[in-house]
Design a protein. Structure first.
Length: 247
């Protein structure tokens, strides 16, 4: 695990975009695993800038997103399909037919999970998986639990996660209670993993992820076992690591 410390969110976003961009340049038909939430927004803006400047070409890129809320249609303004279209896909030359997000409205949830697992396999796996991290160290929507769930699955969201996401909705009552998410094996099978964290609210999660014991109660801690995982975090997110003298 490589840890890159940045001064602020802007520097974090630029470094993350540089790494993703290098993957696309070296492999134009790369499969990118993408994430939603507030953390990667700056990274997506930098990737759009790279495209507009003629440095990046997404025409052959394929993507698979980590997760999607159960019950939301793709055109719902809080769905993760809508998020990706708005924050990245609508602004670069990626073929949307090559972009994949779990369906939030399919009736057979088990079949949807199996379909998504097979899709990732059919694409040849993920070249780079982008991750954010929750305050409870969740990655995707893999919440703290008693075991690492391997494949795509339907998860009941912790109340803290729903509260954290409530700022995007009119009220917490509108935040879905369940979501589809890639499993830990899906994530760990990616050739390269890029984990982003900013802000003091993530300091404990970052410390536990990078330096604590590996356990499913800290889902992101499994990343310690990945052979090519890069953590990019700002000074606030790494403040506890510095305080404890491990950085």
């Amino acid at each position: 695990m490589i840890i890159i410390k940045t001064k602020n969110y802007e520097e974090l976003s630029k470094k993350a975009a540089d790494i993703i961009g290098s993957v696309v340049v070296l492999k134009p038909d790369a499969v990118l695993g993408l994430a939603t939430g507030s953390t990667p927004v700056g990274t997506y803006k930098e990737l759009i800038k790279g495209y507009e400047e003629g440095k990046l070409d997404f025409s052959k890129v394929k993507s698979v997103n980590l997760d999607e809320y159960k019950g939301l249609t793709g055109d719902h303004d809080q769905s993760y399909r809508y998020f990706m279209n708005t924050n990245l896909f609508n602004h670069v030359n990626i073929d949307k037919a090559n972009t994949n997000v779990p369906s939030g409205i399919v009736e057979d949830g088990e079949a949807e999970c199996e379909r998504y697992n097979q899709l990732i396999k059919d694409l040849g796996g993920i070249d780079l998986q982008l991750l954010g991290i929750g305050g409870n160290a969740h990655i995707g929507f893999n919440e703290p639990c008693d075991e690492f769930v391997k494949g795509t699955h339907l998860v009941t969201l912790e109340e803290g996660t729903r509260e954290a996401n409530a700022r995007f909705f009119a009220s917490i009552d509108e935040v879905p209670t369940q979501a589809y998410t890639m499993g830990i094996q899906n994530i760990m099978s990616a050739k390269k993993i890029l984990l982003l964290a900013n802000g003091k609210a993530k300091a404990q999660a970052v410390y536990d992820t990078c330096f604590g014991p590996i356990k499913p109660q800290v889902p992101a801690s499994i990343l310690q076992l990945h052979e090519d995982c890069i953590v990019i975090a700002d000074e606030d997110a790494l403040s506890l690591c510095v305080e404890k003298g491990v950085l």
